[in-house]
Design a protein. Structure first.
Length: 87
């Protein structure tokens, strides 16, 4: 087990980084980073995926979400014309 002292600022930054890259915890992030360092792996790869691959996946996901939002919006606007009047 390894203990490390961090300032509140450093801890917050690491928590944000975990959320950005999908690490489950700071512990997982630290373990992956140390393994990459020990194994001489490319630091741009996290959990087996490069940053550029991650960006491509995120862009695809963003486009899918935009299409889904558009479909939901058109469905909602189409159903408004058929709503029953309220009393």
């Amino acid at each position: 087990m390894i203990s490390v002292r961090l300032s509140e600022e450093e801890y917050s930054s690491l928590k944000e980084l975990c959320a950005e890259i999908g690490a489950r915890s700071i512990s997982d992030l630290a373990r992956d980073s140390m393994n990459a360092l020990l194994n001489g792996l490319n630091p741009d790869r996290v959990n087996g995926i490069s940053r550029s691959e991650f960006r491509v996946h995120m862009k695809r996901l963003d486009r899918k979400l935009e299409r889904l939002a558009s479909q939901i919006g058109s469905t909602e606007s189409g159903s408004k014309g058929h709503a029953k009047p309220q009393r």
